[in-house]
Design a protein around this ligand. Structure first.
Ligand code: PLP
Length: 386
């Protein structure tokens, strides 16, 4: 490694898009079929096959996908849904949107995921579902979580960050009753906004398929292909419009071609970071235990401020001054104004989640970074640490 003191500007994230995605937009635009159609269908198939799931359903975001899944599972007023306290706010918001109550559980300081040993005490007769989050691309310990759950509790994976991640040989998206991925630009592959539901449950897939399209009993595409122009679908359910556009489907298809390589590149640079930064006693690197295959949607470190020469925020500021963007890992949802007020949480509640909120930071790791960018990040951090 050679020292390069020339200042660089490195963003926290940048989507891996290019000429092929641009070209892929041509077909839907020229054909005029823009809403959910053939491109979305191919994208769903490709995504499901890759993850070894039986069904894939594209939606407008991971958030709407989670809402759809909860609705299809019958989650409503009077029900409780267990969610980790350290996650993106959407994981809890969707529970409220169903009229149900989010029940928080603290996380593990090493993995940042739901702590399986704390789940059992959260289960009540009202518990209808649990949403383990595969945070930053590391799968939650689903087997440990499942082992303490009664059979009436549905498991919904928040796999927003976890495209291509694996757990004991099985892909994220096949570990629960249903799972939802995100294609927001901060994730590994993107369609601008967008999400994908996966499940092996045929009936649940059929119900979600209907609910995402206004509750219509047949799809727009089938209807337009039909020979009976006077026919309208049955609407025996009050559904939503959570359909993905074919423009996004076309982009998603190209992104799927890249997924494997994007992840393998991320894994290699994660190893590089860990090797180079692992000696800094106050900067704990992500831990990947045996049986877990991290997809590194983000590379998130935990800072031990008691040993560090500066606070987490000062560290982030210093890196920013050197052109390196960082972000807090994610937030402790129970400490966000709305939740704190609604449920009257104490700041001491879910203390690990609170610490993760205060002491984690994501350092840049994405597929538009060059080797020199990675070397620069390491050099600057090492200099600050010395
Ligand atoms: C990004 C993210 C979401 C939300 O995904 P959208 O597609 O933006 O709705 C939900 N949960 C987690 C853990 C996320 O990281």
């Amino acid at each position: 490694m050679t020292l390069r003191s020339v200042r660089r500007d490195i963003s926290i994230s940048q989507p891996a898009l290019g000429e092929e995605e641009w070209q892929a937009l041509r077909e839907p635009i020229m054909s005029g079929w823009l809403t959910q159609g053939a491109k979305v269908a191919s994208f769903e198939k490709k995504f499901a096959v890759f993850h070894e799931a039986s069904f894939g359903l594209a939606v407008t975001s991971c958030t709407t996908g989670l809402h759809l899944a909860l609705t299809a599972l019958g989650v409503g007023p009077g029900d409780e849904v267990i969610v980790p306290a350290f996650t993106w706010v959407a994981t809890a918001n969707v529970v409220l949107q169903c009229g149900a109550k989010p029940v928080f559980v603290d996380v593990d300081r090493q993995t940042f995921n739901m702590d399986p040993t704390l789940v059992e005490e959260k289960v009540t007769k009202q518990t209808k579902a649990i949403i383990p989050v595969h945070l930053f691309g590391l799968c939650a310990d689903i087997a440990a979580i499942r082992s303490v759950l009664p059979s009436y509790v549905h498991v919904i994976e928040d796999a927003a960050c976890a495209a291509g991640a694996r757990y004991h040989g099985r892909f994220a998206g096949t570990l629960g009753d249903v799972a939802v991925f995100s294609f927001h630009p901060r994730k590994i592959i993107t369609t601008g906004e967008g999400g994908m539901i996966t499940t092996d449950n045929h009936d649940l897939a059929a119900l979600m398929n209907q609910l995402r399209n206004h509750g219509a009993s047949i799809s727009e595409e089938q209807r337009h292909l039909g020979s009976q122009p006077y026919l309208l679908p049955e609407f025996n359910l009050a559904g939503f419009n959570y359909r993905m556009t074919d423009l996004q489907g076309a982009v998603g298809l190209v992104q799927m071609e890249r997924l494997k390589e994007l992840i393998s590149e991320r894994r290699n640079w994660a190893v590089f970071y860990k090797r180079k930064l692992g000696q800094i006693p106050w900067l704990h690197q992500p831990i990947v235990e045996k049986g877990f295959e991290h997809s590194f949607q983000a590379y998130v470190c935990y800072m031990d401020e008691r040993q560090a020469p500066f606070t987490r925020n000062e560290f982030m500021q210093l890196l920013q001054e050197r052109g390196i963007a960082t972000r807090p890992g994610t937030h402790a949802v129970h400490n966000l104004a709305y939740y704190r007020k609604k449920f009257m949480f104490d700041s001491a509640d879910y203390s690990v989640a609170r610490d993760c909120d205060l002491y984690t930071l994501a350092i840049p790791l994405h597929n538009q970074m060059t080797k020199d960018d990675y070397i620069y990040v390491v050099e600057q951090i090492m200099e600050l640490a010395s």
